[in-house]
Design a protein around this ligand. Structure first.
Ligand code: FE
Length: 182
C-alpha cells in the first residue's frame, strides 16, 4: 500500500470526525440553552420520551389545564417540597385520582405514613392504573411512576415499603385529587 495515498485519506477522515464532533457539541450547547431558557421542553426521563397514552395533549394545552405548579410537576417531572403537599398527612377514606385526567390511581386503604413528607402507598389501585419508566436524572437510577391514561408524572416507586408488597409509591400530592368514600 502506498502511504502517500493513504495519509491524505486519513487526514480527511480525522478532519471529518473533528467537524462532526464540533457540530454535535455546538448543537448540544444551542439545544440545551434553548431548552433551559424556554422551560417549554418536557424534562421527561429517557424511558418516557416516546410513550403514547390514551390521553395526549400539547404542552400549551396541559399548561392551561393544569396551571403552573401542577404543570411543572406532572409534565416537567418536577417534585414538590417534602411536607408541603396537601395529602402527605391526610387520613380520610377514599380514592386518589389523577389530578390531570381523573383516572383512579390509589386507595386510602394502601396509604401509610412513610415519614418522607410525600403521600406514600404500598400499591396502586389496580395493575392498569400506573405506568413505570427508568429515570436516571440527578445521578441516580430510580423508577418513575406516571398515570397510565395521560402519562402525568406522579413520583417514584422504591423497594423499601411495608408488607404485603414491600414497595413505597412516593407520590406528589399535587399530582393527585382526593375523592371521599361514599
Ligand atoms: Fe392521568
Amino acid at each position: 500500500m502506498n502511504t502517500r495515498t493513504v495519509e491524505p485519506t486519513r487526514f480527511a477522515a480525522i478532519q471529518g470526525a473533528s467537524w462532526t464532533i464540533g457540530s454535535l457539541i455546538l448543537f448540544s450547547v444551542v439545544f440545551l440553552t434553548a431548552a433551559g431558557c424556554s422551560g417549554e421542553t418536557d424534562a421527561k426521563p429517557a424511558g418516557m420520551q416516546d410513550k403514547k397514552f390514551p390521553v395526549m395533549k400539547s404542552a400549551q394545552e396541559w399548561k392551561e389545564i393544569l396551571g403552573e405548579d401542577r404543570y411543572r410537576v406532572m409534565r416537567l417531572h418536577g417534585t414538590e417540597r417534602a411536607f408541603s403537599g396537601e395529602y402527605h398527612d391526610y387520613k380520610k377514606k377514599g380514592i386518589y385520582v389523577c389530578a390531570a385526567c381523573g383516572k383512579e390511581l390509589f386507595s386510602s386503604s394502601t396509604k401509610y405514613d412513610s415519614g418522607t413528607g410525600w403521600p406514600s402507598f404500598y400499591e396502586p389501585i389496580d395493575d392498569e392504573s400506573v405506568g413505570e419508566s427508568r429515570d436516571e436524572s440527578y445521578g441516580m437510577v430510580r423508577t418513575e411512576v406516571h398515570c397510565a391514561r395521560c402519562g402525568g408524572h406522579l413520583g417514584h416507586v422504591f423497594p423499601d415499603g411495608p408488607e404485603p408488597t414491600g414497595l413505597r409509591y412516593c407520590i406528589n400530592s399535587i399530582s393527585l385529587m382526593f375523592e371521599p368514600a361514599r
